[in-house]
Structure formats: structure tokens, C-alpha cells
Design a protein around this ligand. Sequence first.
Ligand SMILES: *[C@@H]1O[C@H](CO)[C@@H](O)[C@H](O)[C@H]1NC(C)=O
Ligand SMILES: *[C@@H]1O[C@H](CO)[C@@H](O)[C@H](O)[C@H]1NC(C)=O
Ligand SMILES: *[C@@H]1O[C@H](CO)[C@@H](O)[C@H](O)[C@H]1NC(C)=O
Length: 369
Amino acid sequence: TAPPEPTVTLQPSGTQIHSSVIYSGETVTVRCEIQGGEGAQWTYEWRPHKANTPPTSREYTISGATKSDGGGYSCRGKRDSSWTEWSKSITLTVLSPSKPTVTLQPSRTQIYSGETVTVRCEIRGGEGAQWTYEWRPARLNTPPTSSEYRITVTEFDSGGYSCRGRADRFFTEWSDIITLTVSSKPKAELRADRTAVPVGGSVTLTCSVNPSSSSSSSGWKYYWYRDGKSYKLVTNGQISVSEGGLYSCRGGRGEPVYYTEDSESVRIDTTVSNRPVVTLYPNWSEIYRGETITVRCEIHGGDTEWDYEWETNSTIKPPNQTEYRIRSASSSNSGNYRCKGRMKSSQHETTEWSDSVTLTVSDSKSYFL
Ligand SMILES: *[C@@H]1O[C@H](CO)[C@@H](O)[C@H](O)[C@H]1NC(C)=O
Ligand SMILES: *[C@@H]1O[C@H](CO)[C@@H](O)[C@H](O)[C@H]1NC(C)=O
Ligand SMILES: *[C@@H]1O[C@H](CO)[C@@H](O)[C@H](O)[C@H]1NC(C)=O
């Protein structure tokens, strides 16, 4: 008959485990079974020999396992002063997974509503185990086992997140809480150093995304539009333009691209060389209350059709037409008048302002009486 053969078994909580992987803090019983040696009086020897266990016992218990309990175990038995062979060594692995950490991708805690962020639970030292993950708040737990979630955030996703891992009966600690702050979708802001392109020059337009705290302003690209069409994509927000047009911009970042709200539009004009002249009919710069006078904006040159704009410090403003007829003048018509033209065919081309003409309405008829 075959000689009796020892085997080492590991038994946590009375149930034989299939793997020899346990977690730090768990309790495991190591036992020497000798096949074909039942009923006999055996004494046992262990490798390695544990200092505080009786060297001859059939089993011993490791409670509160630590990393140093990991390693190979084998045993042999003695009967009638003869030893069996050493058993095969069984390897005990004691995992001591660290507290998990929650990470964010992109790795900033300031997120805008509508951006997509990946929340991940990482357990260092937990390699080799089959983890399932638990999240706080629990609404992330769908499906309940995933180590990461990709969420398109709304303002309701603001708050603290933490996770823990579970493998068999073992739970890690809860991770530290990472706090996500979701702010409302930002609006791009457009600044123009001037709104008219000087002859032969250009205008600098600057697009920015607010609030621009250093961490949340990173990574923006700026999308420029002219007259509603894509115009330019730049990384520093600034462009220099010499064409007239209705300009706007927005910021975008990430993959897929997350866009801010569009900025307000800014109209940039180019200046043509025709210069308007304001004339008074009749040609009197000082008139009396109740008299009639016409203020006219005249632009010479070509068949160009114009829209007119007036600027005055009088109390009554002229309409945007080439001529302003004052039927019965009052002191509210007194003031400086100047005008400019905007080409009907190209709304971005304007003349310069005319020189100002002063109209004074005197309240002094009685002077003559
Ligand atoms: C109107 O009068 C001013 C001086 O009062 C003169 O310089 C100017 O040429 C006149 N303009 C017209 C169109 O007559
Ligand atoms: C004239 O046009 C300008 C520019 O389009 C506008 O801001 C202004 O309000 C207009 N004025 C009047 C009296 O219609
Ligand atoms: C308009 O401005 C001119 C120059 O700044 C000033 O002399 C004049 O009194 C002003 N007129 C009115 C009605 O404010």
C-alpha cells in the first residue's frame, strides 16, 4: 500500500477556501491532513516552525493575519518513530490593501455643468483580488460593481464622493472624501480694444472664460465666429482682425468638446474714406425758438447708399435718417450734432464721424420787441 501522505489545508471560519488568499486581519486555520493515516497517533512537524505554537500539533490558528504570515506552509507526521514525506507546500498570501482613493479624470474638482468626468476608485495593494466597489453617495452604485463612472455632471452632482472595495468577506476602509464642485455653464466674454478698424490697422479681440481660477481656466480653446460662421480656433484667446464683421466667441475643452455659452456679439467696423459733413438749412447756427431749420448729413462720393447715425448732446435726439427737420425749434434742440454713415450694402463699413456743428436755439424773441 502507498505510504501515508500529508496535505496542508487552510480553513477560515470552518469553510475550506479555494484560494490561499486572505486579507490582513482575517483568521485562518492551517491543518495537516494525512491520507491513509487515519486512526493512528501522529505527531506533526511544521515548516516554517512558528515560535509560539506547540511544534507537534495537527493544526494551528493564525488570528489577525499580517503580511508576515504569508508564505509557504508544509508539514509531515511521525508515527512509530518514522516520518512521512514533507507535504507539498501551500502558499498563503495575505493581502493588505490600502485605503482606496477616489480620483477624477480630468483631475480637477471644479467642474462645469454639462462637462463629463470620470470618477474612479483605486485600491493599491489590492491586485490579485476580485473587487466589487461601493460608492457614497449610493446613487453612483448602478451598476454596483464598477470601479469607475463616467458622468455628465449637473449641479446636483456637487458634493463629496468616497468608495470602498469588497472582496469575499473583506471590506477596505472608506476612502477619503473628494469634493466635486459643479458650477453653472460659463459664458465666454469678448473684449475689443476698439470697435472700428483704423485705416491700415487692426483691432484686437480677446475671448475669455469666467470664472478663470487658475485650475479651471486651463485647457480652453477659443472658437471665433464672424457673421455667424466659423472663423478661427486659437489657444490663447486673442485674435487680431482687420475685416469688419459681427464677431463672437466661445470656449471649448475636453473630449468630447465641452462648449461654454457664446459671448455677446461685437460689431467691428471698417472705415471708408468718405467723410460726412453736417449742414444747416438755412445756414444759421443760431436761431430763435419757434423757427424752422433742417440739420442734414451729407456724404459725397459715388452712388453708395447709406444708413445714417447721429450723435448729439441735445435733449431731443434726431432719428437715424439723412435729414432732421426741426419745425418749431426749442432749447431742447440746442447742442452739438455730428453724424456718420454706414453702407447699406455692407453693414460693417462706416465713415468716420463728421465734424460737430453747433446749433443754438435762443429764447430771446422779446429782445427784438
Ligand atoms: C455756413 O456759414 C458758415 C459761416 O457762418 C460758412 O463758413 C459756411 O461755408 C456756410 N456753409 C454753407 C453751406 O453755406
Ligand atoms: C441710430 O442707430 C444707432 C446704431 O444702430 C442706434 O444705437 C441708435 O439708437 C439709433 N438712434 C435712433 C434715434 O434710432
Ligand atoms: C454740448 O457740448 C458742448 C461742448 O462740450 C457745450 O458747449 C454745450 O453747452 C453742450 N450743449 C448742451 C445742450 O448740453
